[in-house]
Design a protein around this ligand. Structure first.
Ligand code: ADP
Ligand code: MG
Length: 618
């Protein structure tokens, strides 16, 4: 494998390929590499600026999109067009996030509550994957600018609790940003690698990784053995972090100075300045006993003691999570051999003290907590590049494996670069009432449409007993054994009918062909993603049309003439939109039909409930 050598003095590079490590954070994101000379991980930054890029995207009036510090300035003044915390939406449906809807100052679309969320900015719709890709694109561009070389390959980190869909969404975002995502690794694993933990194959250790970021808290208990990281348990609070510390300080000042909340709601600029001052105070109090400043004639001050008092309940909450994580891992605090601190908020002295006290030991905080995850991702990237000769690369799958779902989309079950042997599974259902068979088509490749991938096998699961659409539960399982043979099984759980097939995915593919398939996928990522979004919008629209049609058939008599005609008009408009290749138009018309029919559904539900109550004798 090729080695990279950079002449740091001139900034010129002798080698074109560079694998970077990326921490795609909820609040901040950054890129790190292994320094070609020192062989140590370093975070990339421009002169005199921070390595951190705020994970914020601003969509300007003129179609201008900015990411990072510049976008952050619009959080308060242009909230509808400023997207933060996109990571929280990755792989989520509206139902998953609705209890936190107030948190998002921008428009989260709720047309189909079960399918993946969309964000509306002006008249455009964005998926969380697209939003994250804006951040990754910015990181890629910055890295290329600093390194003066193309950056095409990356290792990206995700929280340990991310499920398959969220990991796949992160891969897709990378691809859309023009990056070949070699591997997705867990943030706590990356942090451990940055501390050199797990690099020694005969080392065995149980560790805790405490990660307090801007808006999230995660505690992970890991077992390291033979260079393999096993997550024993995770716990945390997805709505607790440094932002809450800032808010506590700001509220304290608001109270002290008699600013009323109504005034703040109207004066966004003041609210923003107050928030920024609060964050400044918090950081300052890590090194000093007090903070004082003036803002618009107000004398703001706070002592370390007062601050500690304000955040104590928040820190206590994180400690409760630590206790729960230990309990799930069936361990006592004393059995944890190393505690690693991650996230900017662990710089707060009171946090360190509390964690150290709980785990009955000093904590590891020598690596910059903002950068530690990215640094570890760079260590992993270096191992994958084959630069670290002490590491043996295990057998991995060179291309993703998946099946065809409605509209000809590729649904990946085993992502590329997965270690084998491996097992994966997902549940599917039927599209039509009384459907008795299901065709399982197995594909290999990185493209979004199966037509652009390589077909490996196909079989029919037959004998599904007649049931309404959506009721059967078909488990599709992929198993790759140590010899690289893939076994695909499909089983309908209600009836027990089952079918399976064996294939050898690598058969007949050369390394060059694999490489070509990867290159194609990156080159076509943009159009692929658009096609996927269009197909998904079509699928959802089709589904809604069917549901509304059934609904009208059944409840015709309960709707008046105006309602029926409004519904018919909206249905026609959606049908017309379906004949065009315009995803945004289809989404808009879907929304409109939804708006019209939602009240009927609610009303008829009331009637149904009323009828049910009538029969009850009280
Ligand atoms: P995430 O992983 O969620 O993207 P980070 O790890 O980058 O977040 O943490 C960001 C948080 O760290 C912010 O709330 C920021 O105010 C806080 N932070 C950064 N530096 C300090 C500091 N010196 N003292 C206290 N908090 C800090
Ligand atoms: Mg983080």
């Amino acid at each position: 494998m090729a080695k990279i050598s950079i002449n740091i003095a001139t900034g010129s590079l002798q080698q074109k390929e560079m694998i970077v490590g990326i921490d795609l954070g909820t609040t901040n994101s950054l890129v790190a590499i292994i320094h070609p000379e020192s062989k140590k991980p370093v975070a990339l930054k421009e002169h005199n600026s921070s390595s951190l890029v705020p994970s914020v995207i601003h969509f300007g009036q003129n179609g201008n999109v900015v990411v990072g510090e510049e976008a952050r300035l619009y959080l308060e003044t242009d909230p509808r067009n400023t997207i933060f915390s996109a990571k929280r939406l990755m792989g989520k449906s509206y139902n998953d996030i609705k209890s936190h809807e107030d948190f998002f100052a921008y428009k989260v679309i709720d047309d189909d509550k079960e399918s993946l969320v969309k964000i509306q900015v002006g008249d455009k719709f964005y998926s969380p994957v697209e939003l994250s890709s804006f951040i990754l694109k910015e990181l890629k561009t910055r890295a290329e600018h600093i390194l003066k070389t193309p950056v095409a390959k990356a290792v990206i980190t995700v929280p340990a609790y991310f499920n398959d869909a969220q990991r796949q969404a992160t891969r897709d975002a990378g691809k859309l940003a023009g990056l070949d995502v070699l591997r997705i690794i867990n943030e706590p694993t990356a942090a451990s690698l940055a501390y050199g933990l797990g690099l020694n194959s005969d080392e065995e250790k149980t560790i805790a990784v405490y990660d307090l970021g801007g808006g999230t808290f995660d505690i992970s208990i890991l077992k390291i053995a033979g260079g393999i990281f096993e997550v024993l348990s995770t716990n945390g609070d997805t709505y607790l972090g440094g932002d809450d510390f800032d808010r506590a300080i700001a509220e304290y000042w608001v109270e002290k100075h008699g600013i009323d909340n109504e005034q703040l709601r109207h004066n966004k600029e003041l609210a923003q300045l107050l928030r920024l001052k609060a964050e400044e105070a918090k950081k300052h109090l890590g090194m000093a006993d007090g903070f004082a400043a003036t803002l618009r004639g107000m004398e703001l001050h706070i002592s370390r003691k007062e601050f500690d008092g304000l955040v104590k309940p928040l820190i206590d909450k994180t400690i409760k999570c630590c206790a729960a994580a230990l309990k799930d891992a069936a361990l006592a605090a004393g059995e944890i051999e190393t505690v690693v601190m991650v996230g900017g908020s662990t710089r707060v002295p009171a946090v360190k003290e509390a964690v150290s006290k709980f785990f009955e030991q000093p904590v590891n905080d020598s690596v910059n907590p903002d950068e530690v995850v990215a640094l570890g991702a760079a260590v992993q990237a270096d191992i994958l590049a084959g630069n670290n000769k002490d590491f043996l690369l295990l057998d991995i799958t060179p291309l993703s494996l998946g099946i065809e779902t409605s509209g000809g989309l590729m649904d990946v079950l085993i992502p590329r670069n997965s270690k084998i042997p491996i097992k994966a599974g997902r549940q599917y259902t039927t599209q039509k009432d009384g459907q008795s068979g299901m065709r399982i088509s197995v594909y290999q490749g990185e493209r979004d449409l199966v037509n652009d991938n390589r077909k490996l096998a196909e079989f029919n699961l037959t004998g599904i007993p007649a049931m309404p659409a959506g009721l059967p539960k078909v488990d599709v399982g992929f198993l790759i054994n140590a010899d690289g043979i893939l076994m695909v099984t499909a089983k309908e759980l209600r009836s027990g009918v089952e079918q399976s097939i064996k294939v050898k995915p690598q058969y007949g593919l050369t390394d060059d062909e694999v490489e070509q398939m990867l290159q194609d996928s990156i080159q076509h990522a943009g159009t692929d993603m658009q096609t996927r979004a269009l197909v998904e919008a079509r699928n959802e629209a089709g589904h809604l049309l069917e549901t509304v049609e059934k609904f009208i058939d059944r409840n015709n008599s309960l709707l008046n003439r105006d309602e029926l005609s409004a519904t018919a008009t909206a249905m026609q408009a959606l049908q017309l939109a379906l004949t065009m290749d315009d995803k945004n138009l289809i989404r808009t018309k879907t929304e409109e039909l939804n708006e019209i029919t939602r009240p009927f559904a609610e009303r008829i539900m009331d009637i149904a409930v009323g009828e049910a109550l009538k029969g009850q004798k009280l």
